[in-house]
Design a protein around this ligand. Sequence first.
Ligand code: ADP
Ligand code: MG
Length: 293
Amino acid sequence: ATPTALMVGTGRGAQLGILVGGPQVLESTRRVDTVVLDKTGTVTTGSMAVDQVVPAEGSDADELLRIAAAAESGSEHPIARAITQAGRDKFGDLPAVSNFENQPGLGVSAMVDGHAVLVGRPKLLADWSLNLDDTLSAGLEQAQSTGKTVVAVSWDGTVHGLVVVSDQIKESSAEAISRLRALGLEPVLLTGDNQKVAESVAAEVGIDKVHAEVMPSDKVDVVTALQKEGRVVAMVGDGVNDAAALAQADLGIAMGTGTDVAIEASDLTLVRGDLLVAADAIRLSRRTLRTIK
Ligand code: ADP
Ligand code: MG
């Protein structure tokens, strides 16, 4: 490879809004046959909003939101930010919080107004033998089947209801997936979110393979397993919990709109966070290599 050809390649990359980590990166894109895509913040915008507050029978919707919003105020997770924002919008100041604990991939726990509060995926509550009644279970399934993420809220040993949050699939995601396919790459969706939510999003953008409910520390194992099958894997992600998978992938692609940790772990950065550019990046580096040879 001549340095000039590589510079041309990376210079064109910069024009398209791709930052290339180094010349070795172009080589590793050549054999990529599988693209693993993180859901939240990559295929979707990642800016979540509260759609619905569903109190359990006998519980109050306002109290549910106020307490959940306070408990989440110590977390940076997009779900937490959405719930805290909704609470602030509605009530202004939120109650004071103590004993806050973040449980990555699950939710949060905290003391709010003297209550021991849990907010998170239903599995987090189920681990404490807190189960949803039939009405809440039906509400949960309904929301999940339309691609919405549902978190459950409990305090003092009782499930008080659900908060339904959702984000938007990025406008360009479906087109980007079909361009990746056109390059002969198989797309795979990877998320910590619920299976039904993941399947709904996957169907909407044209992805057949889904790995859902994957704990943050296990995302890297999905990449490794694909590599063991003999696949050459590109991973596209934005979050702290994608960093290990991005580093493990044969080609790590970070959303420029994502966290610094993800960007540092990656070979390429899509400056504007546009998935269409991921397909461009792979095509560009293949073409550049052809020019070099
Ligand atoms: P993703 O892969 O979509 O970024 P995460 O691994 O961060 O997802 O989280 C997986 C799931 O855990 C979320 O879909 C949500 O149900 C739950 N969860 C994680 N953090 C929180 C939080 N702060 N509040 C509520 N639920 C959470
Ligand atoms: Mg993400």
